[in-house]
Design a protein around this ligand. Structure first.
Ligand code: CTP
Ligand code: MG
Length: 418
């Protein structure tokens, strides 16, 4: 049956990633600074999903909510992948007409692939899987036997996700398959008697299973070979520069109205005088070897303050002074990290999801050097979203060059969700 109704995506991310060998769940691990699960969620939006459901490890539901933002429904997964899909399906809105199921473990699947799957369901297929050719020669070996027979690979395909289904039969088939150990969703449909159509898959949709796969995913991103989706409904190509800054949605635009439009960007700049007797609290860290530190009402962290203004202006809800004015004793001495966390909370409360922050420290010291990753981690934790941090000197020129002060400049990208 042809359909043009709502497409709802389930991203299954409740596995523990045993084969990857990390002590954290696979979907929570940062790929280029962004939790693995967030990559698939962005692609789901970009491909035109009307709603997205993420299935998270049962003890990580709140953590995963922070990774994917308030517009995504996050539910607890189950023991087996099929249990997790069933939990996700229970949260799919009734009105869904097409249901996609995607592994968070396939972060780099392109928007084009998603659209091929969606289009096949919309034009009448009840179950659709993307497939790719087998490249190795194949051989069937009997258990315990040293004999083997070659297998003709020309008829065989490897199955990927996203897999797409007509919602009504998919719900029914899943109900009927409860308790059976079936490895993918198309098999569930096949058991229920539905034919499974195929569309062309792609190598980029490979599954991150072993450490070697993780290294491949990082390399693909680093070399700009993955398609970036950001949070806008266009397909974009990731350049080296955007990779360096994290996943900046390059086609994102602001609207004339500060609180209108889906994607909005903001800007912030801050500067503080450097004085003896103050701790060098900059970029969310304390730099113990420095002899001077930023003066100010709070800890004077210009990186944090620039981020706050970028967030406030992105959401169009004022600035640092409006929210944490010097008249308010509550914020006296507040750390930059505290202010970033509170700013992010207020921006979310105003109906925005924080997509990304980029910030540059301007000053001769401290030297970011080996602590960039640490600073990014602290700031990202406070923000509940990705922060990319750069630093520059001014070649000895001006007040930062002379060491009289320190400055920072930031941009923030937010997405209106309510
Ligand atoms: N998955 C899930 N619930 C489970 C098991 C797996 O949601 N109980 C999800 C995983 O998070 C992953 C996808 O199904 O996105 C494919 O599974 P796999 O690649 O096997 O991931 P893990 O199960 O996490 O890895 P491993 O098998 O190595 O533990
Ligand atoms: Mg598994």
């Amino acid at each position: 049956m042809k359909t043009s109704g709502p497409v709802v995506t389930i991203v299954v991310a409740a596995g523990s990633g045993v084969r990857l060998g990390s002590d954290q769940p696979k979907a929570a691990l940062p790929l280029a600074g962004r939790p693995l699960v967030a990559w698939s969620v962005e692609t789901a939006w970009a491909a035109g999903s009307a709603a997205v459901v993420v299935v998270a490890p049962p003890d990580r539901v709140d953590e995963f909510r922070r990774y994917v933002g308030p517009s995504v429904t996050v539910v607890a997964g189950g023991q087996q992948r099929q249990d997790s899909v069933r939990a996700g399906l229970a949260a799919v809105p009734e009105a869904a007409s097409v249901v996609l199921v995607h592994d968070a473990a396939r972060p780099l699947a392109s928007v084009a692939l998603w659209r091929r799957v969606i289009a096949a369901v919309q034009t009448g297929a009840e179950a659709v899987v993307p497939v790719v050719a087998v490249v190795d020669s194949l051989r069937r070996v009997g258990a315990g036997s040293e004999l083997s027979v070659s297998v003709d690979r020309s008829e065989l395909r490897r199955v990927q996700t996203p897999q797409g289904f007509a919602a009504v039969p998919f719900r029914a088939a899943h109900g009927a398959a409860a308790g059976l150990d079936l490895t993918d969703d198309a098999t569930v449909m096949e058991r229920a008697g539905y034919p499974v159509a195929v569309v062309e898959g792609e190598e980029l949709a490979f599954k991150v299973t072993y450490p070697l796969d993780w290294a491949l995913a990082e390399t693909v991103v680093e070399h700009g070979l993955a398609e970036v989706t950001g949070n806008v409904n266009t397909e974009m190509t990731m350049t080296r520069e955007t990779v360096a800054l994290g996943r900046v949605p390059v086609a994102a635009t602001t609207t004339a109205d500060a609180v209108g439009g889906e994607i909005q960007t903001g800007i912030g700049f801050d500067t503080h005088r450097l004085v003896p007797g103050r701790a060098m609290a900059v970029a969310g860290l304390v730099w113990p070897d420095e002899l001077v530190g930023p003066d100010g009402h709070s800890d004077g962290d210009p990186v944090a303050h620039a981020i706050c203004d970028a967030l406030f202006t992105a959401a169009g809800i004022g600035d640092l002074g409006t929210h944490f004015g010097t008249a308010d004793p509550q914020w006296r001495g507040a750390s930059g990290v505290t202010l970033v966390a509170e700013t992010a909370r207020r921006v979310r409360a105003a109906g925005y999801q924080v997509v990304h922050v980029a910030v540059q420290l301007i000053g001769q010291r401290p030297k970011l050097g080996g602590r960039r990753a640490e600073a990014q981690e602290v700031l990202s934790q406070a923000l509940g979203g990705p922060v990319a941090l750069a630093a520059t000197t001014t070649d000895g020129l001006g007040f930062t060059g002379r060491g009289e002060g320190i400055a920072a400049m930031a941009t923030a990208t937010v997405r209106r969700v309510s």
